[in-house]
Design a protein around this ligand. Sequence first.
Ligand SMILES: [Cu+2]
Length: 483
Amino acid sequence: MFLVSAKPLSRAVPAEAGVLDPVAIEKYVAELVIPPVMPPDHRAGLDVYTIGVRQFRQQVLPRGRPATTVWGYGSAGRPQTFHYPAFTVEAKAGRAVQVRWVNQLVDGHGGYLPHLLPVDPTLHWANPPGGMSGRDSHPAFASTPGPYAGPVPMVTHLHGGANTEDSDGYAEAWYLPDAHDIPDGYARVGSFYDEFARTSQARFGTPWRPGEAVFHYANDERASTLWFHDHTLGITRLNVYAGMAGFYLLRGGASDLAAGVLPGPAPRLGDPPGTRYFEVPIVIQDRSFRTDGSWFYPPSRALFDGFKGPYVPGSDIPPIWNPEYFANAMVTNGQTWPVLPIEPRRYRFRLLNGCNARTLILKIVTGPLARRPAAPALSFWQLGSEGGCLPAPVRREQLLLAPAERADTVVDFTSLPVGSELYLINEGPDGTFTGGTAGTDFPAANPKTTGQVMKLVVTPLTAGPVIRYGYPALRPACSHPKP
Ligand SMILES: [Cu+2]
């Protein structure tokens, strides 16, 4: 899914004017956003959604600092549902979901919006300007071009889904928005789009309209934590960085953990404001900002390894693309360094590493600036991974998550006095992870910035049952079919 190079060359902090110093960003101001549930259009035999991608402003940095222009998904008829990361799609095992994914990256007049981030047009990429013959290719240039400023392709991949190919979000099945000003000669769709539109319509009878694709998910796999994100050829890294990501939780069936055994609830449709949740999805992403609040992503190869050219002609080094990028701040559920008030209960945390290249090593500790490697204050009980629940819970002092990996965990806060403060920290490296232990084999991430993720503050217990099950007595109810 993400392109990961083996070269241990990358630097975490770009030496570029106008980049916001992450040390200056106030931490633990905003309360963690727990994404609500994505509302379906209707549920009639299957769950039917229309999910668009739009450009909007969101307070990613703490209040008092500028908002950030982001791209995010939402229910197309409900403007208030657009958020980065997306509201969560709740799916049931054995019950199909249909999503009409709409590219709404247009302005108020229906004209296309250019990318928020620098697109390197010299890569093997979607390449709409190449037209029908040159799309999804590696275009030739006589001299070094600037970034691509045209209409932006998208196609959504359900990561972890057992999808048929016409619904999988193939990198070459992208499509532009249905804008009125697409330049003449541009390809409007990728080279697999038309074939998939035909096969999908033949199977499901649902036509794909311009600027859209209709994907069907059978949900006939094991219950697990899935997520969706953009997957367009050659710009996946940029579309995801701009904000195109969300959770898709598949529940139920013989492979799920027994209902009522684990901490909950998770958000449900129609919850009144202020509802407390004890199952919380958490996506952690590294991001850099400019001082005006906009996303920063390296606009030049020189920020990767200092190579200043020649690019085209003269070498085959792409002028803009960075093989890997490690941003300098941590964003969790769409906000820098949030705080989560917790009760002295057990919580279910579904953790997702949504970074482009950064491997996370997560721990829960009592002080954010503790010497690395830090002594964990609490363990994670890992119940599940990308493939669904494990044969038995595993106690982990730390969680290692590579990009796109998920861990389904329970953390027990029941013994903590009200007022206790804990921190979710990251001891993965500020660069390529090549194995080993923080402090021995590589320096842990900067304890002042990328080495911190989220604060947890214990607040008084509210009404509601405190489930008194215990580990290791808990036995998952899932069945593991023999291979
Ligand atoms: Cu993926």
